[in-house]
Design a binder for this molecule. Sequence first.
Ligand code: SF4
Length: 374
Amino acid sequence: MTDPAALMKRVHEPRLSKIAEAVIAGEPARENDLEYLLSTNAILELGAIADFVRRRLHQNRAYYGVNMNLNYTNVCELRCPLCAYSKDEGEEGAFTLSLDEIDEKVKTAVARGIDEMHIVGGLNPAIPFEYYVEMLSRIKKIKADLHIVAFTAVEYDYFSQKSGLPLEEVFCRLIDAGLGAIPGGGAEIFDENVRSVIAPKKISGERWLEVMRTAHKLGLKTNATMLYNHIESIEDIADHLSTIRALQNETGGFKTFVPLAFHQEHTKISSKRRDSTGCDDIRIFASARIFLHNVPHIKALWMYVGEKMAQALLSFGVDDFGGTYVHEKVVHAAGARTPDYGTEAHLVRLIKDAGFIPVRVNASYEVQHASGVY
Ligand code: SF4
């Protein structure tokens, strides 16, 4: 729906009507409307506004990627309570891939026709900075046009600390080696009280923003994530969104906002928390679409919210469905029930069945050749 009159006919709740009027006029949603958006029960009216914004930006296209996840090590010195993935060195199940092993995995995935690699891992003190540089340049030698989306802000901060190189230089060396874009992980929830419980040793929210600001200044495009469904409050979510919007006003470097539903299994987060409901998920994605007027894309990773919910969210502000993600390990270590890969044909079917046109892209939203599954 892109007709303003049609939108106004669907929105009756007085405060949402005012928000809809502002959205139609191209004005950003007000800060003091955000908690209201995040808690309203008028889900269909909220969804109508989010869908209006989504279609104004992307019409009825829905993006997906054909990519591989590379988790190069699960050894991590932080051992965040929220994390089911990390291990100590020497612990059963701990691994660090050699560069030759990475080459083999990449060659196999390239033979399957991937466009992109997503690379993240733990903070492993035994790995020298040269390993990361070499990793990217070897991947580029295997397939020069493979788009590499690699390392979270938490990892960049660690690389800089361990190597003694300034952050800018860390980025420049990795850009030279083939880095294409940066994923948005490690943002969690910016509020330091929440952070001190779920990830007490991780870089602060402020440092995460500083790393992203530096990346944006160097011309790198990045995602921004938000981990919800643990101990956060609506105020914490509102603060997180507001902080992302403010940095985006300054740098314009975020291309995609990605809310991630926390999975608790094998983590140290209290079982007393309340699981988010389907309506909570919808409110978060739809509110993000309305409030983050300056961030072009909202992504729902089907592995996190489930493929059925991800499909429904396409009508509530989401335009990016995520990718095939062969070999994803992080959310699956925490008990995600979704498969650890999706075929392109299956993702296309889910998107088309929701009434949208599937468009295969890389993380920079450059259209890629689809493999005949349409
Ligand atoms: S969340 Fe990231 S930084 Fe924290 S323990 Fe897990 S891998 Fe390490």
